[in-house]
Design a protein around this ligand. Structure first.
Ligand code: HPA
Length: 263
């Protein structure tokens, strides 16, 4: 079982807990991967990748999600744990809380969101986040175990009307990096769960102007706890999955002879 970690801001130090650390960059059909760190932790193979590339170089809408996820698959990763910074849309969920979403609403606009441009593949995302990984995360007792993740295109923060709309639609947290990452992982039959660090209240919920300093400061406060939590989760991930994610392509492809005009 190889476990992938896609880190948002500031959890690179997880690599320092590992043994036999090696770094790799690979070519994918979508361009080069970011630098990945391969190591052993709790006797498991782990691949760590910084989503924004080294030094937080890429804004959310410019991340090469296809290359990142393809590279994870090439490294033999079967289960991905991601971390994302988010704003809260729900007053009881406050900065500093950790949320493990169970569903999403996708408001991204111009991202490459599939590997299947030349085959007709419709993966099922009724339950988009891996239920087994989520259960392990929830059993830590340190996270809010459900929530709807709203993904915006960014890179700007939201307007007052957008926040009002997202709340009415049932959103719990808002971020810019969760999609299409998780859908691409599903398309390659990898499990995916996310731990979202709430760094702020959504714009206009909080009376003060939202700044990136506020986001980074709150993420920094949670950094060590998050690294400990991920390390603990890695120790608990079973060798074999019993979740449906690994069979995501079964029944998903339109075979040329069965082509339907409705889709
Ligand atoms: N909006 C969008 N993305 C974010 C936010 C936010 O409030 N906080 C952290 N990432």
């Amino acid at each position: 079982m190889t476990i992938g970690i896609i880190g948002g801001t500031g959890i690179y130090e997880i690599v320092e807990l590992g043994e036999d650390v090696k770094t790799r960059v690979i070519d994918t059909p979508y361009g080069p991967s970011p630098e990945m760190s391969l190591f052993k932790l709790h006797d498991k193979d782990v691949v760590f990748m910084s989503r924004h590339s080294v030094g937080h170089a890429k804004p959310p809408h410019m991340i090469n999600y296809q290359a990142n996820i393809w590279a994870m698959k090439e490294m033999g990763v079967e289960r991905i744990m991601a971390t994302n910074a988010v704003g809260s849309l729900d007053m009881p969920i406050k900065p500093g809380d950790l949320v493990v979403p169970h569903d999403f609403l996708d408001f991204t606009k111009m991202r490459k969101n599939t590997f299947y441009d030349d085959r007709v593949v419709h993966v099922d995302v009724t339950e988009p986040y891996c239920p087994e990984l989520r259960d392990i995360l929830i059993s830590s007792g340190q996270v809010i175990g459900e929530g709807v993740y709203i993904c915006t295109e960014g890179p700007r923060f939201e307007t007052t009307a957008e926040i009002r709309m997202y709340r009415r639609l049932g959103g719990t947290v808002v971020g810019m990096t969760g999609l299409p990452e998780l859908v691409l992982a599903r398309e390659l039959e990898m499990c995916y769960a996310s731990i979202c660090t709430v760094s702020n209240y959504g714009a206009s919920i909080s009376p003060v102007k939202l700044t990136i300093d506020e986001v980074f400061e709150e993420v920094e406060k949670k950094r060590l706890l998050l690294i400990e939590l991920i390390s603990d989760i890695i120790s608990k991930i079973p060798e074999n999955c019993s979740c449906p994610c690994v069979h995501a392509l079964e029944g998903a492809e339109v075979k040329p002879s069965l082509e339907s005009e409705d889709l």
